[in-house]
Design a protein around this ligand. Structure first.
Ligand SMILES: [Zn+2]
Length: 389
């Protein structure tokens, strides 16, 4: 079963255009403005009070998904209707169904289609008896406890977010892999295509999402980070665009984590940034620009692609050394050898996926070099991290 049918949405991923074209900064910003408007009339805590609490002990806690409301905040364009969601029936009360799914291309705005889309979470059988926990974030709709976690090394507090895609054909398989024993992988959060946010590991614990990785001179990335898996089939399965409601949920989740943990913008990265030799996720379609416009992550407008000298596999000399030093000082794990070798190509490719997604070829052209320079120049003073190895 594919992901689209698994979550019941008829909104097939758009093809032919990268998401950063279809998700405009305006639309995401507008959604967040509305989110702030809702929060203004629904003080923190009231949402939790309005949610049904844990049903049966020992079973997965099914709480009213806050994101149902959040998604509606994004689609509601009449502010008087926003107030309806926070009316006398309490915060996050039933939203008029006609308002709830107009962001899905081709999906009829009806209660029927809405209930179909919001099908039950595919909870792995092995986790059903596990003790659940109180979510760390108010945007979490469900907890599905994973057995795969440990303690953060030396009590390290997380000051970094690593974003992933699941890279699997369906959400059922992804949740099973992330939560059951024997796989040795997990993440703190999983963000579904319909915008639901599932927490699998408490933030205080060390989830196993990064693997062999490096950033800013640190190699135990699992101990210093919070891992978020974004449900997407990935490059091996067609790599669909990320739906808007999913990106809005990622933004809302990250904003909370960033505020609570004081995470610097340049420490919100992709898995490919910390493991460029092994990983492509979340990939060049991930709308980093939209995230940055909504206060999540560090991003600058890429320099235009023009003709000119390039550095590529086999190049050697001071210019290569300067490139490697620049990438290393931003955080990438790269040796400063002065030789443009395979690892350098991999790091340049990872940089392009994140910061210059128009062309991802591992060749350091003028656009790539200028974008890197602008990115470094835009860091707050003292934010650059020496990571030369
Ligand atoms: Zn990953």
């Amino acid at each position: 079963m594919g992901i689209s049918s698994a979550n019941g949405t008829s909104a097939a991923p758009k093809t032919g255009s990268a998401l950063h074209h279809s998700v405009t900064a305006f639309s995401v910003k507008k959604g967040l403005m509305m989110l702030r408007g809702i929060e203004a009339c629904c003080p923190p805590g009231t949402g939790d009070a309005a949610r049904p609490q844990s049903a049966e002990k020992g079973k997965v806690m099914a709480r009213r998904p806050l994101l149902v409301t959040m998604r509606d905040r994004i689609v509601i364009i009449n502010k008087s209707l926003i107030n309806q969601t926070c009316g006398p029936n309490g915060p996050h009360a039933a939203v008029p169904p006609a308002l709830s799914c107009c962001m899905s291309p081709g999906s009829p705005a009806s209660a029927d289609s809405d209930s179909k889309r919001r099908r039950a979470l595919p909870i792995p059988r092995a986790t059903l008896g596990m003790q659940t926990f109180v979510p760390d974030s108010s945007v979490v709709s469900d907890t599905v406890p994973s057995v795969n976690f440990g303690d953060r090394a030396k009590g390290r507090l997380p000051d970094m977010i690593v974003l992933h895609y699941t890279g699997m054909p369906d959400v059922e398989g992804a949740l099973a892999r992330l939560c059951t024993s024997g796989t040795d992988v997990s993440a703190h959060y999983v963000v579904l295509e319909d915008g639901r946010v599932v927490q699998c590991v408490q933030e205080a614990k060390r989830a196993w999402h990064a693997g062999a990785a490096s950033w800013a001179g640190e190699e135990d990335i699992n101990s210093c980070s919070i891992g978020i898996e974004i449900v997407n089939r990935g490059h091996d399965w067609g790599y669909p665009d990320f739906p808007l409601r999913q990106i809005a949920a990622v933004i809302a989740l990250c904003r909370g984590i960033i505020l609570r943990r004081d995470i610097p913008a340049h420490r919100v990265v992709g898995h490919s940034d910390v493991a460029p030799a092994r990983k492509k996720d979340p990939g060049e379609k991930f709308p980093w620009r939209s995230l940055a416009n909504s206060g999540v992550g560090h991003w600058v407008q890429p320099a235009p692609i023009v003709r000119g000298d390039v550095l590529k596999m086999g190049s050697e000399g001071d210019n290569v050394l300067a490139l490697q030093e620049s990438l290393a000082s931003y955080g990438y794990g790269i040796k400063t050898s002065g030789k443009f070798d395979t690892p350098t190509t991999e790091v340049v490719t990872a940089f392009q996926r994140h910061f210059r997604p128009e062309r991802v070829d591992g060749i350091a052209d003028q656009s790539t070099l200028k974008t890197l320079q602008t990115l470094r120049d835009s860091l707050a003073p003292g934010a650059t991290t020496a990571a030369t190895t």
